[in-house]
Write a protein that binds this ligand. Structure first.
Ligand code: ZN
Length: 347
């Protein structure tokens, strides 16, 4: 055997006897790097295999590997023994009181908006709507122009929109641009029907007050097909309200205006807190506004690749935070993103 190669038996005897004398975890760490570390004895032995005669190499290599396993095992045993000894010492000295009851682990909860969103997904998927996720960062064109916003529409005001340093790239102010994206991606150039909901975060450059936040969720809905009528929209929303609030809830529709639907309607549900009797939450009207909706504007259908003389559709939009606030009597929307556990742990 070459002279500069250490004998396996010699190293093992020396290492194990050193290990026997160790009484602290610091010394064990030093021992570990001395024998098993990157620059340790075992590595050194393996690196010298090349200096052996060819017929000796195999047996020596195997021997070193067996030694490495043996030392690793002995190290782990020693570590366990040291840990146990430390705990026993602590108990003996009274540093650990094993009779103390355990501390309960804090269990996380779902955010109240997530609760409401999941509730929405359950209801809409039961009714045949798929979830379509559109982008948060949008082109001005999709957020406004393709949705039939006239060039001078107040929603285009710099005051309301978060612009980026990139020209025409903005944070979406509503989930409606997803309508165009869904038509483009799922519509097969205006040949296929669509039934989707589009949930997502929206962003507005607004003063943050108890009533308005700079970010909030919307859930948009879109159905496109042949012969889709206003009655389909009304029936669909009424069915949603029944499943969301209560089976005999009354729903009413009020004429409204949105650039991307014609005609447009606001949807109110009978106040589920006072059964329509009138209370503080419904401002004594007996009704709560739950959605905006309407028939998809022919220009929007065209922009999504559909021929409005053959295809029609309806769309609606809802605010999960608003509905959560109504349901739980939450009076300040700022609670939703302020990460206050006193608020969040109630849900
Ligand atoms: Zn009420």
């Amino acid at each position: 055997m070459a002279e500069n190669v250490q004998s396996i038996e010699g190293v093992q005897a020396e290492a194990l006897s050193a290990l026997d004398n160790i009484e602290s975890s610091e010394a064990l760490t030093t021992w570990r790097s001395q024998y098993l570390g990157n620059k340790g004895v075992i590595r050194g032995m393996l690196s010298k295999i090349g200096s052996l005669a060819k017929e000796e190499r195999g047996a020596y290599g195997q021997g070193v590997n067996a030694l490495k396993n043996k030392l690793t095992e002995s190290h782990d045993e020693k570590q366990t023994a040291l840990n146990n000894a430390a705990v026993e010492k602590d108990i003996a000295e009274g540093a650990i009181d094993v009779t103390l009851p355990g501390r309960a682990r804090r269990v996380g909860r779902l955010h109240p908006s997530t609760h409401t969103l999941r509730n929405f997904y359950d209801i809409w998927s039961d009714m045949g709507f798929q979830v379509y996720r559109s982008r948060d960062v949008e082109l001005d064109d999709y957020n406004f122009t393709k949705l039939n916003f006239p060039p001078d529409h107040p929603a285009r005001d710099m005051q309301d929109t978060f612009y980026t340093t990139e020209k025409d790239v903005i944070l979406r102010t509503h989930t409606s641009p997803g309508q165009i994206r869904a038509m483009e991606e799922l519509g097969g150039n205006g040949t296929k029907p669509i039934r989707v909901i589009l949930p997502g975060m929206c962003y507005r450059f607004e003063q943050i007050t108890p009533r308005s936040e700079a970010q909030f969720h919307q859930v948009e809905g879109l159905a496109i097909g042949r012969n889709i009528r206003m009655s389909d929209l009304k029936g669909t929303i009424a069915e949603f309200a029944k499943r969301m609030f209560k089976p005999d809830v009354q729903v009413r529709y009020r004429a409204s205006y949105f650039p991307f639907t014609e005609p447009s309607m606001e949807v109110d549900a009978e106040c589920f807190l006072c059964d329509g009797e009138g209370c503080r939450v419904c401002k004594y009207s007996g009704w709560l506004e739950i959605a905006g909706s309407g028939m998809v504007h022919p220009n929007v259908l065209r922009n999504g690749g559909y021929d409005p003389s053959e295809w029609s559709g309806f769309a609606f939009g809802m605010g999960p935070e608003r509905i959560t606030m109504l349901k739980h009597g939450i009076e300040d929307i700022r609670y939703f993103w302020s990460n206050d556990l006193r608020f969040l742990s109630q849900f």
